[in-house]
Design a protein. Structure first.
Ligand code: GAR
Length: 198
């Protein structure tokens, strides 16, 4: 059985979709949900599901990313995960941390990478006049929102779409894609998964 830790910063809807998927004959189980703020709404959802939680607030570290990551690493050593999933974790990790977890760390990003790395992905897709948009699960490498792509799900951009409306439809696909990719990854399958739109 693979042990999975999940890092979050906010509401944690992707974390919930991952945790809820790891039941029955699933080859993995959640062992830790960690947030970089005690205000992260996802913490309560993890607790309600009986998953151990931890908070490492980045603010007292005042930009000392190495010290922040030493604290993250200490929690990871305790939980001993095999796989680390970033799920809306909004802190950039240093190359040193990433290299330590490379091959074992996944991220979900709300765009069809390599398009629109970074923030405001939905607004940027609309501004560009894209007809398709979506989300990507990839292995984390030191370059931001880079690394081998493990899965993508697309949505159609609709006439009159706003960033919020588009984000909501992409988020629905995130909740399908991330659990499907995690399951395959835990089984040792790293082939790219393409989920077609409904
Ligand atoms: C998700 O849309 C995720 O793809 C995005 O943040 C949201 C978190 O929502 N992640 C990034 O933008 C990472 N750069 P959630 O907390 O409800 O899962």
């Amino acid at each position: 059985m693979k042990r999975v830790a999940i890092f979050i910063s906010g509401g944690g809807s992707n974390m919930v979709s991952l945790v809820d998927s790891m039941t029955g004959d699933h080859p993995a189980r959640p062992v830790l949900v960690l947030a970089n703020s005690a205000d992260a709404g996802g913490l309560e959802k993890a607790r309600a599901r009986g998953v151990p939680t931890a908070v490492i607030d980045h603010r007292p570290f005042k930009g000392d990313r190495e010290a922040f990551e030493e604290a993250l690493q200490a929690e990871l050593v305790k939980a001993a995960p095999d796989i680390l999933c970033l799920a809306g974790f909004m802190r950039v990790l240093t190359a040193g941390f990433v290299e330590n977890w490379q091959g074992r760390m996944l991220n979900i990003h709300p765009s069809l990478l390599p398009k629109y790395r970074g923030l405001h992905t939905h607004a940027r897709a609309l501004e560009a006049g894209d007809r398709e948009h979506g989300c990507t699960v990839h292995e984390v490498t030191p370059e931001l929102d880079d690394g081998p792509i493990l899965g993508q799900a697309t949505v159609r951009v609709l006439p009159g779409d706003t960033p919020d409306a588009l984000a909501a439809r992409v988020l629905e696909q995130e909740h399908r894609l991330y659990p499907a990719v995690l399951r395959r990854f835990a089984e040792g399958n790293r082939e790219m998964l393409r989920l077609t739109r409904d």
